[in-house]
Write a protein that binds this ligand. Structure first.
Ligand code: SAM
Ligand code: DTB
Ligand code: SF4
Length: 331
């Protein structure tokens, strides 16, 4: 979809927009289900990058210190617990610029992935930049989806990060697609971006071929010590509008209501689910910040008559559409 079409959606009266997104949602996701994903930070803090929202950058003095890569047995214990709690996706995050083939660190990650994959959940990793070889090896080890957010528009990206470029993000996503992993890519609301920046981000994601399998929509969790510590929260209705536009433009994606849920009321989360969000991070911690208690989430789903999504036995990535170019488009 093109920018003008996204802008026309954005300009609709609120009820018209969510009515449209609800229809798309019902046509593609009729089951009243929410996917539960568990997140685990397997390597926390000490990151070389300067993403101005992040608690884990070594450039800022935050409460998060640099830790070592977790032991495989501890990761497996957490993965088994996640499966027992009903999670169907296990996502492992690392505060790295990226991973490189031939390094001890990458071999350790491959070994961890192989063992986690045996548990039968969708295995997602988010380890920073990947080249072709790294992507292929991760796929072979059992990664089903790779999370790498474009985070905002190409124009605004430069104001948020200086140690890598928006094009670097797209290159990694290209390698993920070429290796046959599903792309999980979305962004953050609340980085001081304009509405145009938000719509451009969704325009780029919607023009990926294939479209992303999942699209996390994070609301900034302001981290003391980072340049964005004092950022103003995003207006609730803007969050709902972005979810609705993501649902309309990327109909088959899991739209994941990600960071920032702890600060949202149950009513706002409900509106987000109605507008098209169908996945959440589940468990009381994201990577370094808090998330609602599992019990509270299960209670909310129960009140709404929503079921945790059943495991996806077909773990293959979506196919590309022949008619559209494969290159993720830069605006
Ligand atoms: N280092 C890897 C990378 O940059 O892709 C993986 C981890 S990184 C923490 C994953 C994503 O978490 C970021 O792209 C961003 O969208 C989100 N994120 C990080 N800190 C956040 C914050 N304070 N508030 C909201 N989202 C955040
Ligand atoms: C994503 O889009 N959000 C998750 C996951 N992908 C890796 C991370 C959210 C992190 C929130 C801040 C923190 O906990 O440090
Ligand atoms: Fe590092 Fe990722 Fe945080 Fe950026 S977002 S500082 S790359 S962990």
């Amino acid at each position: 979809m093109q920018f003008d079409e996204l802008k026309s959606l954005y300009d609709l009266p609120f009820f018209d927009l969510i009515q449209r997104s609800r229809k798309v949602h019902e046509a593609n996701w009729p089951e009243n289900e929410i996917q539960l994903c568990t997140l685990l930070s397997i390597k926390t803090g000490g990151c070389s990058e300067d993403c101005s929202y992040c608690a884990q950058s070594a450039r800022y003095t935050t409460e998060v210190g640099a830790e070592r890569l977790m032991e495989k047995c501890d990761i497996l214990e957490r993965a088994r617990a996640a499966r027992e709690n009903g999670s169907t996706r296990f996502c492992m995050g690392a505060a790295w610029k990226g991973v490189r083939d031939g390094t001890k660190r990458f071999d350790q990650v491959l070994d961890i992935v192989e063992s986690v994959a045996e548990l039968g959940m969708e295995v997602c990793t988010t380890l920073g930049e990947l080249g072709e070889v790294e992507a292929e090896k991760l796929k072979k080890a059992g990664v089903t989806a790779y999370n790498h957010n474009i985070d905002t528009s190409p124009e605004h990206y430069k104001n948020i990060v200086s140690t890598h470029t928006f094009q670097d993000r797209l290159n990694t996503l290209r390698h993920v697609q070429d290796a046959g992993m599903s792309v999980c890519s979305g962004g953050i609301l609340g980085l001081g971006e304009s509405t145009e920046d938000r719509l451009k981000m969704l325009e780029i994601l919607s023009n990926f071929n294939p479209q992303p399998e999942s699209v996390p929509i994070n609301s900034l969790v302001p981290i003391p010590g980072t340049p964005l510590a004092e950022s103003q929260g995003v207006d609730s209705f803007e969050v709902v509008r972005m979810i609705a536009i993501a649902r309309i433009t990327i109909p088959k994606a899991k739209v994941r209501l990600s960071a920032g849920r702890k600060q949202m009321s149950e009513e706002l989360q409900t509106l987000c689910f109605f507008a098209g969000a169908n996945s959440i991070f589940y468990g009381d911690k994201l990577l370094t910040t808090g998330n609602p208690q599992s019990e509270a989430d299960l209670n909310l789903l129960k009140k709404l008559g929503l079921q945790p999504q059943k495991p996806n036995r077909d773990l293959s990535a979506p196919d590309a559409e022949d008619t559209r170019p494969r290159e993720p488009a830069l605006a």
